[in-house]
Design a protein around this ligand. Structure first.
Ligand code: SAM
Length: 351
């Protein structure tokens, strides 16, 4: 059975607490900011082949607005980690300036980036120098034909060059996020793990979630965490890692050769659907248009950009943000009979 949040609801009204608390007892300290709704890939489990309508850049958060909101988050709302995502965040020309300004916030948050790595080869060193602490690269296969099938773009070489540049720029250990699709790349899970282990990258497989534009996600055919482990065990021996998870979504395994004793590295499996970790969720999200989402699967957003542009004070913006998070649902509800997929795809929310 999936775990859901602790079923004890805090009393209303919302307490006058400084952080981003919700009525189910969680506190968000991890902020994901989507920098753009545009992407240069068309992954089948995320975007349609023809792309999605994008908003004019003036309708998106500008660099100074991102910094103002990130500043409120770290100074007044207890946020400790800021992750830039998208869309594809490397498509923002001002990404390096945004990272540098974020690194000058006090208290300084940990700054990370989720990217497909296209174009990273020329910017990795500058991003590291600007203060980027960690990087997650999304890569579902190391085979060019499969990459083309999954992403509908022939850019595997650019991605691999970007990952090498990030390692060269000192952004290691690099986390690699992979999604497995039945009949497409599920037979290649062990190849991807072998590739990551050879290079010292930390691979995490993430169960596919119902956040695709084509609404093709199917509970019955998605590759579950248990199956992912099974695919890896065809080539490797996995042992549960005994490090405490401390709320981290990935279940970690120590990886050994199938018939050998040496530790080759670790691999993570994130069972977002079959064993959701909502009870430990510490995330708050800002969309590229400045909407707060308390959950990836929310149907509601709280606009901060409109009030910000109309002259709201930091205290007013912080209060709107707190109110949005107080209403965070206890779980994403994918298992409920009443589950409805959000209108927005992962790329439009900020994955
Ligand atoms: N463009 C960047 C990238 O590729 O990492 C950031 C945005 S992308 C939407 C963030 C992550 O969301 C990627 O790792 C992608 O694989 C994942 N993702 C997108 N749709 C998903 C889905 N339906 N289920 C699980 N993960 C998904």
């Amino acid at each position: 059975m999936p775990t859901v949040a602790r079923a004890v609801r805090r009393p209303t009204p919302r307490p006058d607490a400084p952080g981003l608390v919700d009525s189910w007892g969680r506190t968000a300290t991890d902020l994901r900011i989507s920098l753009t709704d545009r992407c240069n890939l068309r992954c089948t489990y995320c975007m349609p082949a023809e792309g999605l309508p994008t908003r004019p850049s003036a309708a998106l958060l500008q660099a100074d607005e991102i910094l103002r909101l990130a500043g409120i988050a770290v100074r007044d709302l207890g946020v400790r980690q800021v992750r830039f995502t998208g869309g594809e965040p490397l498509l923002r020309r001002d990404l390096i300036d945004i990272v540098a300004a974020c690194a000058s916030l006090d208290p300084r948050p940990e700054i990370s980036l989720t990217t497909n790595a296209i174009g990273l080869s020329s910017r990795a060193a500058a991003l590291a120098a600007a203060g980027l602490d960690r990087i997650n690269v999304s890569l579902d296969t190391v085979h060019a034909a499969t990459f083309l099938e999954v992403t509908r773009r022939p850019f595997l070489d650019r991605v691999l060059a970007g990952i090498d540049a990030a390692a060269g720029a000192g952004l290691a250990p690099i986390k690699i996020n992979a999604v497995l699709l039945r009949g497409v790349n599920d037979g290649e899970a062990a190849d991807l793990l072998a590739w990551a282990l050879d290079r010292g990258h930390q691979l995490r497989f993430i169960e596919q979630m119902p956040l695709d534009a084509d609404h093709a996600w199917d509970r019955g055919t998605m590759i579950t965490a248990a199956e992912i482990r099974g695919r890896l065990e065809e080539r490797f021996r996995l042992e549960p890692d005994d490090e405490p998870r401390d709320g981290a979504p990935a279940e970690l395994f120590r990886v050994h050769a199938r018939h050998g004793g040496d530790l080759l590295g670790r691999v993570g499996v994130i069972a977002s659907v079959t064993e959701p970790f909502c009870a430990d969720c510490r995330r708050t999200r800002l969309t590229a248009e400045g909407g707060v989402r308390s959950c990836l699967f929310s149907h509601e957003e709280t606009d901060l950009l409109g009030p910000l542009r109309s002259g709201a004070s930091d205290a007013e913006l912080a209060d709107l943000w707190r109110a949005a998070m107080w209403a965070k649902p206890p779980s994403h509800g994918v298992h409920d009979a009443s589950f409805r997929q959000p209108e927005r795809t992962m790329s439009a929310i900020g994955g």
